[in-house]
Design a protein around this ligand. Structure first.
Ligand SMILES: *Cc1c(COP(=O)(O)O)cnc(C)c1O
Length: 400
């Protein structure tokens, strides 16, 4: 029986998958079971930031596998400590909590913000303000923080205490703050919601508001972090530091790992017993994470900025020459192409047929999230395929 039939029979029906079975990958290239080659501009949704099976990551995993796979957080182990040190030394943060995924990192951040604020100001401090069109994950807390009703539908009651306000509208945010508010949670560049960048002035004012009202600022950098936007963390573009930052996706080069990075002050909200994760900060994932950090710090982040600028400029040219493209947004190698059409399914399917993997976002947005170590030449190839796709799409549209 073929894999796709078998998959539909045995795997729960939660994803709309493309009819392709991927088997192996190397760098920006990935191959299906028929031996077809694809230029992977999804990176497993911003996870494979060094491409498929980066040798340094594979080597780190192999070495760690022979020493210790898992040993619980009842004990110390070196890879977790070393990765925490690297994250702290290269960010605003002082302390790190490790978990396994983005949603879990946000759950931990929400719990930390509440615990800190309740201890400091009293039981009434639990409110969290997030943005419309945001995406923070699928577990109940993270889902409640997510500002997209389509993801809430059928799962209520949600966790209490969350409010949503329009992104980049400071007055709306300010008016939403009340005596219960303890934190503001934002993505510096909204990813899944459609690649919308925060305005410089907005984040500056949000930071000032948090300082004035004693609120914690949480940046969800699960997608924007780990070099994706051309800086190690997106907050560095804005010169606005959060109190708490969540990471996952690209942090361990393809293995599951999540992290909460916080200032010493915010971290003091947690004491032993307050929060935990059996697998959190697993030695193998952390060993991979160390290898990723070393590569990122050794030129890959700068490359993401350079190739990202090139790719964005080429996409902006397509915006001028192709009526189907309405806008191009994003930073570094986190780029969103706003199409005039709402349904980008046909465009993504066409690109796939031509050997380019892309991912949808928000309303009518095609996302390009290639590995951060791609070359200008890889970007050129992707633009050339994408232009063919646009030309065909526009020609077919004219016919109908
Ligand atoms: C992907 C993502 C999440 C959720 O991460 P999971 O690992 O899928 O739970 C949360 N926030 C942002 C910004 C994301 O892009």
């Amino acid at each position: 029986m073929d894999y796709i039939k078998k998959g539909m029979m045995y795997v729960m029906n939660t994803y709309k998958r493309y009819p392709v079975v991927l088997e192996r990958g190397s760098g920006v290239l990935v191959y299906d079971t028929q031996g077809r080659e694809y230029l992977d501009f999804t990176s497993g949704i911003a996870v494979n930031n060094l491409g498929h099976c980066h040798p340094a990551v594979v080597e780190a995993i192999k070495n760690q596998c022979e020493k210790l796979l898992h040993c619980s957080n009842l004990y110390w182990y070196a890879p977790q400590i070393e990765l925490a040190k690297l994250l702290v030394e290269n960010s605003f943060g002082d302390k790190v909590f490790f978990c396994n995924s983005g949603a879990e990192a946000n759950e931990a951040a929400i719990k930390l913000a509440r615990k800190y604020s309740k201890k400091k100001y009293g039981e009434h401090k639990y409110g969290i303000i997030a943005a419309s069109q945001s995406f923070h994950g699928r577990t109940m807390g993270a889902l409640s923080a997510t500002g997209q009703p389509k993801y809430h539908s059928g799962f209520g009651p949600l966790v209490e205490g969350f409010k949503h306000v329009p992104f980049n509208n400071f007055e709306a945010l300010k008016s939403a703050v009340d005596e219960n508010t303890c934190a503001i949670m934002l993505e510096p560049v909204q990813g899944e919601g459609g690649v919308y960048e925060a305005d410089q002035d907005y984040l500056k004012k949000v930071r000032e508001l948090c300082d004035e009202k004693g609120l914690l600022l949480i940046f969800d950098e699960i997608q924007t972090g780990m070099g994706r936007t051309g800086k190690l963390f997106a907050y560095q573009h804005y010169d606005v530091e959060p109190d708490i930052m969540t990471l996952a996706k690209g942090i361990a080069g393809g293995l599951p790992l999540g992290a909460v990075v916080a200032t010493g002050n915010a971290s003091s909200g947690f004491e032993p017993g307050d929060h935990a994760s059996t697998f959190g900060g697993n030695p193998v994932s952390c060993a991979a994470g160390i290898a990723v950090m070393k590569e990122l710090l050794n030129g890959v982040v700068e490359n993401a900025e350079k190739v990202g600028n090139y790719l964005k400029s080429r996409l902006l040219e397509l915006n001028k020459s192709h009526p189907s493209v309405a806008d191009v947004r994003g930073k570094g190698l986190m780029l969103g192409i706003q199409m005039a059409a709402q349904d980008v399914g046909p465009i993504i399917s066409k690109a796939l047929e031509k050997g380019l993997l892309l991912v949808a976002a928000g309303n009518g947005v095609v996302r390009m999230l290639p590995p951060l170590n791609i070359t200008i030449d890889d970007a050129k190839k992707a633009v050339s395929i994408f232009e063919e796709v646009l030309t065909e799409f526009e020609r077919e549209k004219q016919k109908t």
